[in-house]
Design a binder for this molecule. Structure first.
Ligand code: NCD
Length: 329
């Protein structure tokens, strides 16, 4: 983290690589801007504050929502995007160009580089690459998922969604389920929840997919109360949110190994009725591949297909505006 600037209330030209850069005051600023973006969008009003800005979307791994929402967010603000999907196949990377050279090239065309890459630490390497250029101004790097590492902008929309429902990010009781070891959205979300007092998170996963010991200890050290559980029957009834995740198939070395742990915990109507509280919300970063039954989609507590997805665009709109210095906090 040495090279990464913490936000401390000022987003201007900061790279967004890890949730460790955030603090409650900065999140309050960002979420206020996000509410403004949401309200403008509801009135179908556009804000052309990114006119003249170009955002590169450099995606070495598949994406639907993250890519589309950054694309939509930039265009909503009057900016434009350069999209490079699967550069291993469709760019000079196929000819052997290094990651660093690719990043430095896009740095020359763009004001921000939104990067998704299979390796942990790739976003930080991109930061080092752009900061090495001799030009006076370099692009802001935004981590859109680095392997099993982090996915900070997903955690921003997740926390914003929780706050919309509960009115607070303190004193919450939640459940995070699925692939806690490999799920980067979980790693960023827990960092976020650890920034606030008195949060408790129940962790439900197959034994093999528990948080790594390092992660577990890190969050405990930060004051987050973590309660590993291994069965639906252990879920308390008064939770504020359930956050379900997919088993990350692409991180397994064999299909058999994946099949052994996939969909051990599936949310069905029956499960929700038996163990879910009335006030809770059911979240998922998507894509889901069977771990939440479709029969639940119309339950008012299910926010994954609409509210969470829409918030993804609003929060990214606000973030781009702030880091590109077009919104003053
Ligand atoms: C997640 C990701 O890519 O980490 N998707 C997303 O960005 N919403 C979750 C996942 O792939 O399981």
């Amino acid at each position: 983290m040495a090279e990464l600037a913490r936000i401390y209330g000022s987003f201007a030209h900061k790279h967004i690589v890890s949730f460790d850069q955030f603090d409650p005051e900065s999140l309050a600023i960002l979420f206020k801007a996000t509410e403004q973006m949401r309200d403008l969008a509801k009135k179908a009003m556009s804000l052309r504050i990114l006119e003249g800005n170009i955002v590169a979307l450099l995606f070495y791994e598949p994406s639907s929502r993250t890519m589309a929402s950054f694309d939509a967010a930039t265009k909503q603000l009057g900016g434009d995007t350069v999209l490079i999907q699967n550069p291993q196949q469709f760019s000079s990377v196929a000819k052997g160009e290094s990651f660093t050279d690719s990043v430095r090239t896009f740095n020359a065309y763009c004001d921000a580089i939104v990067l998704r890459h299979p390796e942990v630490g790739s976003a930080l390497r991109a930061v080092q690459a752009v900061e090495r250029v001799r030009a006076t101004r370099y692009a802001v790097v935004i981590n859109a998922g680095d392997g099993i590492g982090e996915h900070p902008t997903q955690a921003l929309l997740d926390l914003f969604t929780i706050q919309e429902h509960t009115g607070t990010l303190k004193g919450l009781n939640g459940l995070v389920a699925g692939d806690l070891r490999n799920g980067r959205t979980v790693h960023s979300l827990l960092r976020g929840l650890a920034l606030y007092h008195s949060n408790t998170v129940y962790l439900l996963s197959p034994e093999q997919l528990r948080l790594s010991e390092d992660d577990f200890q890190r969050f405990l050290d930060r004051g987050l109360k973590l309660v590993p559980i291994s069965d639906f029957t252990e879920i308390p009834r008064n939770l504020d949110f359930w956050y379900w995740t997919r088993v990350q198939k692409e991180r397994f070395s064999s299909t058999e190994e994946y099949e052994r742990v996939n969909n051990n915990f599936v949310v069905t109507q029956e499960i929700l009725k038996t163990y879910g509280g009335e006030r809770m919300i059911l979240m998922h970063p998507l894509p889901r591949v069977g771990e939440i039954a479709e029969e639940i989609d119309n339950d008012p507590r299910a926010v994954y297909l609409e509210q969470q997805v829409r918030n993804g665009m609003y929060v990214r709109t606000a973030l781009l505006g702030l880091v590109l210095e077009r919104i003053k906090p």
